[in-house]
Ligand binder design. Structure first.
Ligand code: ZN
Length: 479
């Protein structure tokens, strides 16, 4: 499936050259293909940084832009710089055997150029382990780094670097990291680095993999201060047993921001090595917020992600031989800000509001993610706890009787809104703001790709996520 198409490659190349060069290309074509290959080499970036917001498609990006402008009075550089000034493309996302993808299959296609089944990590349906972006980068003597707000062994970072029949094989993924030795590993997921019996440990083989990384001369950071002080050539940072917290819930002393992790990763990766580096920075919270139908957490996760994109663009200003790509793997939640009825009882069109600045401003005082609300309310939420939590952390929101009942009964009226109470609280927010969601799962919305820097032109237009993987391989291998 990753067949190279010389004519398509040539067309992509021609698109990025000035008109005067076309005559030269035609002549070269008539003679031999060598000058074309030489022209391509000039477009080969030394460094590639992939900024990846899981679950983010056009609606999420535009929500980031709009909310940044109104509430932060700041540009949102993903849309305002990368999408606007760089090359913009769209990717279809279907995996092998389905229309809707999961993160493992989408990440695998984007990393290897091959379609795999949902749940598989860079292993095709016929059982072949196909080369990942980080494997070929390593083979080309590039330094490599993985950064995420999820567990470091989660589907996306795993699919960009290693192989597993199931994304749930966390222990195997961690073992493969140990063999691959990425120069930077930053995120959550200390649990599968530590043996059962150690605090928070889940490994079933009694091994302490953090100690093994340390013996391989990795610096180990377990909190923000240790991360900021890191200055060695290799870095392992694990800031949570499982996923790192939502930006809205984060304790800044314990867990760094995604921008702080990006700064630390660039410090390590740019320090030495003649062949540059490949870095993947993933924000998983954009996906998790979508599953929970949590507009306020999504907004803050998008802002935190965009702050990391600012760090990367500043790095590129100083190292222009860097290709910066901003993208996602699929859309999550069927996020759809819309017009809505002011009161549920009034069905007349005149009683509608069109979601705008006034509704957006209602999200700003929310101080808790819906996942954290679930944790605080416990397995059997009481009416009393609910009546305390809402005015304290969701000021201005009213919980209608039908929604209140759904939370207390722990029964959803919509089978596919199965995150309780998150999806019900998400509906509470939707009724007053117009921030509705179509599902608690993934959707087929094509995902935007913004690329800026050498090689960016390859990503223009409507493509498939396997094309994205092919382009990365080509840019790294130089073929
Ligand atoms: Zn997801």
């Amino acid at each position: 499936m990753r067949a190279q198409n010389p004519m398509r490659n040539l067309l992509a190349l021609m698109k990025k050259l000035p008109l005067a060069a076309f005559a030269g290309i035609a002549l070269a074509l008539a003679a031999n293909a060598l000058p074309v290959a030489a022209a391509f080499a000039a477009q080969q970036p030394r460094n590639i940084i992939i900024m990846f917001a899981d679950g983010a498609a056009s609606t999420q990006w535009d929500f980031g832009r709009y909310s940044s402008k109104v509430l932060r009075q700041q540009p949102f550089v993903t849309t305002d710089v990368v999408f606007r000034e760089g090359v913009l493309g769209l990717l279809s996302t279907s995996p092998s055997g389905a229309y809707v993808t999961d993160s493992a299959a989408a990440g695998s296609a984007m990393s290897t150029g091959f379609k795999v089944s949902n749940g598989a990590v860079a292993i095709t349906p016929d059982g072949k382990a196909v080369p990942t972006v980080m494997e070929i980068a390593k083979a080309k003597d590039k330094r490599i780094g993985l950064v995420t707000t999820a567990t470091i062994y989660d589907a996306t970072p795993a699919a960009f670097s290693v192989h597993a029949r199931s994304r749930r094989d966390a222990q195997s993924v961690v073992d493969q990291y140990l063999a691959l030795e990425p120069d930077v590993l930053l995120g959550g997921g200390a649990d599968y680095f530590l043996p059962q019996g150690a605090p928070g440990g889940k490994r079933n083989d009694g091994k302490d993999i953090i100690a093994t990384f340390r013996a391989k001369v990795y610096q180990v950071a377990r909190n923000t201060a240790e991360l900021n002080a890191a200055n060695g050539p290799k870095l392992l940072g694990l800031f949570a047993e499982g996923d790192m917290d939502f930006e809205i819930d984060r304790d800044p002393a314990r867990e760094p921001t995604i921008a702080e992790m990006t700064v630390a990763a660039l410090k390590v990766l740019s320090r030495e090595g003649p062949n540059g580096f490949v870095l993947l920075v993933e924000n998983e919270n954009t996906d998790t917020a979508g599953h929970a139908n949590d507009a306020a957490s999504l907004m803050r996760a998008l802002w935190a992600f965009d702050d990391a994109v600012k760090v990367v663009l500043e790095f590129q200003r100083r190292s222009p031989d860097t290709l910066v790509i901003v993208t996602g793997d699929h859309e999550t939640g069927g996020f759809s800000p819309t017009n809505a009825l002011k009161e549920l009882g009034a069905l007349s069109g005149g009683k509608r509001f069109y979601s705008g600045d006034e509704q957006l401003r209602m999200l700003e005082p929310i101080t808790m993610s819906l996942n954290m609300a679930k944790e605080k309310l416990g397995k059997q939420p009481s009416g009393e706890a609910l009546d305390k939590l809402i005015p304290l952390h969701f000021p201005g929101f009213r919980l209608d009787p039908d929604l209140r009942e759904a939370i207390l009964d722990q029964k959803t009226r919509e089978h596919n809104f199965s995150y309780l109470p998150q999806n019900v609280l998400g509906r509470m927010i939707a009724r007053q703001t117009g921030y509705y969601w179509g599902t608690s799962g993934h959707t087929t919305q094509p995902v935007p790709v913004g690329a800026i820097g050498p090689g960016a032109e390859l990503f223009r237009g409507y493509q498939d996520n396997t094309d994205f993987g092919e382009h990365l391989h080509r840019l790294i291998l130089g073929d």
